[in-house]
Design a protein around this ligand. Structure first.
Ligand SMILES: [Zn+2]
Length: 60
């Protein structure tokens, strides 16, 4: 299983895309991207929920 997220689905205008076979690692990558590119250093429950809504899965 591959987990995918397009940052632009959550942050309009951002073209970054992420995918990882490990969901927790995907979230870590997104958290780092959010901090460095969007200045979001705290991933709130609201943000987590928004990310969860946009994560897509694909068969590996
Ligand atoms: Zn982004």
């Amino acid at each position: 299983m591959i987990f995918k997220l397009a940052c632009g689905d959550v942050m309009p205008g951002c073209s970054a895309r992420f995918e990882n076979t490990n969901r927790a690692h995907l979230m870590n990558d997104i958290a780092q991207h959010a901090a460095t590119h969007h200045g979001i250093t705290t991933i709130t429950p609201d943000i987590t929920a928004a990310l969860d809504n946009h994560i897509q899965t694909a068969a590996s």
